[in-house]
Design a protein around this ligand. Structure first.
Ligand SMILES: [Zn+2]
Length: 362
């Protein structure tokens, strides 16, 4: 399934909402947002931490965001005569809209801000945060979508990545899904988010540095060489098809972690071919099914699309999906405690080869 049409409207507070339709859709303009929404919250700040050379976003307004509402007041379900949600239409396939409580925004005029000290410059949190609803079915999950719907989601993410990469000052576009209350999800409705960051996040900085040093040392391509090495070793591979390979990283940080890598190195989701997009749904749904099978109950997970940065270092970046869970046993979660949280040094309780073997057996 590819997108049949795309309709953009404005919500009552000026935020953009886009319907991605799988079949010819009714005129979405017939369904305006009837709510009277408050003026958008102030923009966040980015503060530079000189001790570790990283930027930290400070967005105090997010403390008041919606937290686990009852299902008849779900802001991500289609609107009904009795309840006006974030989505004014009575139905939808895939819909994307700007977050009401954004960590970054290009729509809100930032307050005048100045540096805190000479060492700590502060800048406005320019960027964008969007919400992606994968289905209008409140009780579904990404793993229950059809491969055709996954294709529509991928096309929607490609559309958003292209458009958000054009926002002046945006350094990287990051689509992701948090699933499960164990992860800290505040809405049960199946949805993901897209962050357009104004700075290159620390994890991406580390990956770009590693790729650059590898290229300088060996002349090789870190992405292609890693994928080839995993394919040759076989022992950590969970599944593969013509265009994608899913494997547990040799030095996985999380009890259950899988990288889903396209065989062709591409910068981002928009660069995926038609055939690559079609082949993604079947392998990703297969991996999600294996995850849920690990302990016989829905697995809490984080699913993260790593893409190349927009500016300098773009040639060193590469698209891949990182999927991981904090569940390490049926009744045990891995918490980021002293070593991980304070020092960034991970200790994994599950041997990656064993994790791959277990996932393959399901
Ligand atoms: Zn819902």
């Amino acid at each position: 399934m590819t997108i049949s049409s795309r309709d953009a409207i404005r919500l009552s507070d000026g935020r953009e909402l886009i319907y991605f339709n799988e079949s010819p859709a009714p005129d979405r303009a017939k369904y305006p947002d009837k709510r009277e929404l408050p003026t958008p919250p102030p923009a966040s700040q980015l503060r530079y931490d000189p001790l570790v050379d990283e930027w930290v976003a400070v967005a105090a307004h997010r403390q008041t965001r919606t937290f686990l509402p009852p299902s008849d007041a779900c802001p991500l379900c289609p609107s009904t005569p009795a309840f006006s949600s974030e989505i004014p239409a009575p139905n939808y396939d895939v819909v994307v809209f700007e977050n009401q409580f954004p960590s970054f925004s290009d729509r809100i005029k930032p307050d005048e801000i100045t540096s805190l000290t000479d060492l700590v410059p502060v800048r406005p949190g320019i960027g964008r945060c969007e919400v992606v609803c994968f289905t209008s079915d409140h009780n579904s999950s990404f793993g229950a979508l059809t491969p055709e719907r996954v294709r529509t989601v991928v096309d929607a993410l490609a559309d958003r990545t292209s458009e958000m990469s054009e926002i002046p000052g945006v350094a990287q576009v990051f689509p992701f899904e948090n699933r499960g209350v164990e992860i800290g999800v505040t809405l049960h409705h199946p949805h993901g988010q897209i962050y357009a960051y104004p700075t290159v996040p620390p994890r991406t900085q580390a990956m770009l540095g590693a790729a650059a040093r590898y290229r300088a040392r060996t002349g090789g391509d870190l992405y292609a060489d890693t994928l080839a090495a995993e394919q040759k070793a076989e022992v950590r591979i969970v599944a593969a098809n013509e265009h994608w390979t899913a494997y547990v990283p040799a030095a996985a940080r999380w009890p259950y972690e899988v990288q889903i890598a396209p065989h062709r190195k591409v910068a981002d989701i928009p660069a995926l071919s038609d055939a690559e997009r079609d082949a993604f749904g079947p392998i990703y749904l297969d991996i999600l099914r294996r995850f849920d099978g690990l302990f016989g109950k829905p697995m809490p997970y984080i699913s993260a699309w790593h893409q190349a940065v927009v500016g300098e270092g773009r040639d060193l970046g590469y698209l891949h999906l990182q999927l991981f869970s904090i569940r390490r046993a049926a009744d045990k979660l891995k918490y980021l405690a002293g070593s991980e949280s304070a020092m960034g040094a991970f200790v994994n309780d599950v041997v990656p080869e064993k994790a791959a073997e277990t996932l393959r057996s399901l």
